[in-house]
Ligand binder design. Structure first.
Ligand code: B12
Ligand code: SF4
Ligand code: SF4
Length: 223
C-alpha cells in the first residue's frame, strides 16, 4: 500500500467507527512527553474527533447535566475503540502504534495526559486553539471530543489552519467562573477547576465536567 492508500484505509476505519473529523499531524518537532509508556520515535499523530450531540449540549443551562456526563463517558469509550481499531491495523503493517486514551490523566500534579489531543488536532489541521482553551473546528466549534493514535508509520501530513475566533466572544460570557479572557494567555485554569467543582455539585456529578464553553462555541459564522 502507498502512504496515501494507508491513510485512506485509516480514515475509513475512523469514519466507520463514528468519527466526523480526521487529520494527520507531523509531530517530529514535538517534545517527548512520555509518561507511563515510551513514545519516542512516534512522530506521526493521527487525530480524530466525534461530534457531540447538540440535543445533549443544549440541555446544559447553568451546570453539567447527568445526561451530559453519560454522553461524555460513552463518547470517550467510542473514541478509545476507534483508536484501538486503527492501532491494530497499523501493527499488522509492521509499524508501532499507541492509541492515546481519550481522557486519561497520567500526571496528576501537572494535570496532563500522555499527549494533548488539542495540540495534535491543531497540528493535524482540524482547528485552532480558541479563547476557551479548546480546539475549535471551523465547522463544529468546540462541540467535538478528540483522541489520537501515535505511530512511526509514514503518512501524508495535514497542516495547521489559521486562528479563527475573530470578533466572537460567546465563550467569555458563557463561562460561569470568568475563566476565559480575551486571549488564550488569559485563560485561568485554576478558576475553571474551582468553578467546575462548584457547579457540578447540585447535579451530584462526580466527574470534573462542565460543558458550558463547549456548548457556547459552535464554530460556524463566529470567526
Ligand atoms: C487533564 C484534562 C483536563 C483538566 C485540565 C488540564 C489542563 N492542564 O488543561 C481539567 C479537569 C480541568 C479539564 C477540564 C476540561 N476539559 Co479536559 N482534558 C484533560 C486531558 C485528559 C489532558 C489535558 C492535558 O494533557 N493538558 C496539558 C496541556 C499542556 O495541554 P493542553 O492544554 O491540552 O494543550 C495546550 C498546548 O498544547 C497549547 N498549544 C498547542 N498548540 C498550540 C499552538 C498555539 C499557537 C498556542 C498559543 C498554544 C498551543 O495550547 C493547548 C491548549 O491550551 C485531555 C485529554 C488529552 N489527552 O488531551 C482532556 C481534554 C483537553 N478536555 C476536554 C474538555 C472538553 C474539557 C472540559 C470542557 C470539561 C468537560 N468535558 O466538560 C474542560 C475545559 C476546560 C478548558 N476550557 O480548557 C477535551 C477538549 C476537546 C476540545 N474540543 O478541545 C479533551 C481533549 C478531552 C477529549 N478527549 O476530547 N480537562
Ligand atoms: S469548563 Fe466551565 S468553568 Fe471551565 S472554562 Fe469552560 S465554561 Fe468556564
Ligand atoms: S466561542 Fe467564539 S471566541 Fe470562544 S473559542 Fe469559540 S469561536 Fe473562539
Amino acid at each position: 500500500m502507498t502512504p496515501e492508500e494507508t491513510r485512506k484505509a485509516l480514515e475509513h476505519i475512523a469514519r466507520l467507527g463514528g468519527a466526523i473529523l480526521f487529520g494527520v499531524a507531523d509531530l517530529s518537532d514535538v517534545e517527548d512527553v512520555s509518561g507511563e509508556v515510551r513514545l519516542t520515535g512516534l512522530t506521526t499523530g493521527i487525530s480524530f474527533g466525534y461530534r457531540l450531540s447538540d440535543i445533549v449540549l443544549d440541555g446544559i443551562v447553568d451546570h453539567p447535566t447527568r445526561t451530559y456526563q453519560y454522553h461524555y463517558r460513552q463518547v470517550n469509550i467510542l473514541l478509545d475503540q476507534i483508536g484501538l481499531r486503527m492501532s491494530g491495523h497499523i501493527q499488522e503493517t509492521g509499524c508501532r502504534a499507541f492509541p492515546v486514551p481519550s481522557s486519561q490523566v497520567v500526571d496528576w500534579d501537572r494535570f496532563t495526559g500522555h499527549i494533548s489531543h488539542r495540540a495534535v488536532g491543531r497540528l493535524a489541521g482540524l482547528g485552532w486553539i480558541g479563547r476557551n482553551n479548546l480546539l475549535v473546528s471551523p465547522d463544529y466549534g468546540s462541540r467535538v471530543r478528540y483522541a489520537s493514535v501515535l505511530t512511526d508509520l509514514a503518512l501524508p501530513y495535514d497542516r495547521p489552519i489559521e486562528w479563527g475566533c475573530g470578533t466572537c466572544r460567546e465563550c467569555i460570557s458563557a463561562c460561569p467562573g470568568g475563566a476565559i479572557g480575551e486571549s488564550l494567555a488569559q485563560f485561568d485554569l485554576q478558576k475553571c477547576i474551582e468553578t467546575m467543582d462548584r457547579i457540578k455539585k447540585p447535579a451530584n456529578i462526580g466527574s470534573r465536567i462542565c460543558g458550558l464553553c463547549v456548548k457556547a462555541c459552535s464554530g460556524k459564522g463566529q470567526g
